[in-house]
Design a protein around this ligand. Structure first.
Ligand code: ADP
Ligand code: MG
Length: 251
């Protein structure tokens, strides 16, 4: 099921986990890189990914996120007061962002491609739409919910920390002092506090009883490397293992 939808509250550690998962999948794929020529007697479907020497599927891997598409945090802000001048309306900007994400997923998703979609993915109907897209191309989809464990305080704290950092950085730039060398290259943009709170309020928890939110995997902040690896192994099994579920368009 090569579409992996990451979901979770803002600043709850989604990108951190998505990057870990991406590098885990990347090393699983490159450790099996010797391609085998397809056996003439092979009965596998044409949509199945080609297999490697040790019988592992040979996938291409993609990571798509707001950051990779340069979608700013402001698109999620419904407060008209915070609307940038060139934007039609607060709702329209989020819809446009989703359209861009959808197009990016659609461009690469196939039974041969694993797509990690890192983002809020907080709307049930949006996850359903992605599930249908996976079905349309004859592949599958799973959801990974990332949480801080035990309340939203930690995530809120991360956002406030980032706001503070941005404020200090702006102060430094405005004061004409040169910025210190690239310590925050990897740091993502903060959300305005009202935007952050509103996103928490709007968040629609995945429900593993629905087809489009299952299988559902969960990772929390305190999961250490070994625990995260266990979950990644399960995801690998679901995505590329022998028992992977492939959705067919007419199902
Ligand atoms: P999101 O993508 O959900 O907005 P990030 O992955 O950017 O969140 O995480 C926000 C910050 O929280 C990171 O910069 C990191 O400092 C911290 N963080 C995230 N996940 C963890 C974790 N599992 N353990 C410790 N710190 C974490
Ligand atoms: Mg992120």
């Amino acid at each position: 099921m090569p579409l992996i939808i990451i979901t979770g509250l803002p600043t709850s550690g989604k990108t951190t986990r998505a990057r870990q998962l991406h590098s885990y999948l990347s090393s699983r794929l490159t450790s099996n890189t010797t391609p085998s020529s397809p056996s003439p007697s092979s009965t596998s479907s044409t949509t199945d990914p080609p297999t490697t020497a040790n019988n592992n599927p040979n996938y291409r891997l993609h990571l798509i996120s707001d950051t990779t598409l340069s979608i700013p945090r402001t698109v999620y802000d419904l407060d008209p007061a915070n609307l940038p001048a060139h934007v039609r309306s607060a709702n329209a900007s989020e819809k446009d962002a989703r359209a861009a994400l959808y197009a990016a997923v659609k461009r690469v998703l196939s039974p041969r491609d694993i797509v990690v979609l890192d983002g809020l993915n907080y709307i049930k109907g949006w996850r359903y739409q992605l599930f249908c897209e996976a079905k349309n191309v004859g592949t599958g989809c799973c959801v990974v919910q990332v949480g801080t464990g035990g309340g939203v305080e930690r995530a809120r704290g991360v956002n406030l920390g980032r706001l503070e950092k941005r404020r200090r950085k702006q102060g430094v730039v405005e004061g004409g002092v040169e910025k210190e060398g690239g310590e925050d290259e990897e740091e993502e943009e903060p959300y305005e506090p009202s935007n952050w709170e509103n996103l928490v309020f709007r968040y629609e928890e995945p429900n593993p009883m629905t087809r489009w939110d299952s299988p559902l995997f969960t990772l929390v902040w305190d999961d250490d490397e070994a625990q995260a690896r266990q979950v990644f192994d399960q995801i690998w099994e679901a995505v590329a293992g022998a028992g992977r579920k492939v959705l067919r368009p007419n199902q």
